[in-house]
Design a protein around this ligand. Structure first.
Ligand SMILES: CCCCCCCCC/C=C/C(=O)SCCNC(=O)CCNC(=O)[C@H](O)C(C)(C)COP(=O)(O)OP(=O)(O)OC[C@H]1O[C@@H](n2cnc3c(N)ncnc32)[C@H](O)[C@@H]1OP(=O)(O)O
Length: 208
């Protein structure tokens, strides 16, 4: 999986404008689409690799965490920075992160909304390899995937899905609850104020 929404951005995460003053007719589709993407990618029976060729905050980091292996190009940033926006990474974002890094590192990263540089991410295990550029990331991804030629596909698939079973089952059984938590959370005035402030910060940074 390799994305490119700009030359330096793998994925900027969720569109904050969908959460800031959310439109009631769009918010359900917005969140259920994200749930379905996560179910499909995290629960994919295929081996998956993220070739991360740009910054990867929040939802971008989540996409990569759905994969079994992450390869990242130098000098970018990655992390679940939700608390910096005054929002909370849902439990399935957290469990995705816990599939990659130890609880202690995850707690520190999540509560502080920390973004890691490529080198820092490698050190804590948030990514698995560093690639010199996108072509190298894709070559390394192919090498990772090629090892499965020697593994029985059913054995590999069942092993992966059994490891991920409880998180996947939780989502399948609680999509509606999770949607309602999201809608009521982003509807709170204090959350809207935080998002407004964060958006102002992004604009101010751009004006410099
Ligand atoms: C209990 C649980 C309950 C549930 C509670 C709810 C849970 C929600 C979970 C949320 C998950 C998320 O993904 S939240 C999203 C988190 N994403 C972020 O924090 C990314 C913020 N953006 C950045 O850091 C940077 O923009 C970055 C991606 C590195 C690119 O930097 P650049 O210098 O290249 O570009 P910029 O100049 O900053 O940005 C270009 C323009 O894009 C806009 N932009 C950038 N990211 C954007 C974004 N995510 N959404 C909208 N717009 C964005 C900027 O405002 C600019 O807009 P103009 O000025 O108009 O051009």
């Amino acid at each position: 999986m390799s994305q490119q929404s700009s030359p330096t951005v793998f994925s900027a995460g969720l569109d904050i404008m969908e959460m800031y003053k959310p439109k009631p007719d769009r918010v359900k589709e917005f969140w259920t689409t994200l749930q379905d993407v996560w179910l499909a990618l995290y629960g994919s029976s295929f081996p998956t690799v993220a070739a991360i060729n740009g910054h990867s905050p929040a939802g971008g980091c989540l996409l990569s965490l759905c994969c079994e292996y992450r390869i990242m190009c130098p000098n970018y940033s990655i992390g679940l920075n939700e608390t910096k926006l005054g929002i909370v990474a849902p439990k399935w974002f957290m469990s995705s992160m816990l599939g990659a890094i130890p609880y202690r590192e995850a707690e520190l990263a999540l509560t502080s909304g920390r973004m890691f540089s490529t080198d820092e991410a490698l050190k804590i295990g948030l990514i698995d390899e560093v690639a010199s550029d996108k072509a190298d990331a894709i070559a390394k991804s192919e090498k990772f995937l090629s090892q499965f030629a020697k593994i029985h596909p059913i054995a590999r698939k069942l092993t992966k899905l059994n490891l991920r079973h409880s998180a996947l089952e939780w989502m399948q059984e609680n999509k509606e609850l999770d949607l309602n938590i999201f809608i009521s959370f982003v509807g709170q005035p204090i959350v809207q104020k935080s998002l407004e402030k964060y958006l102002e910060g992004l604009k101010a940074k751009q004006a410099k």
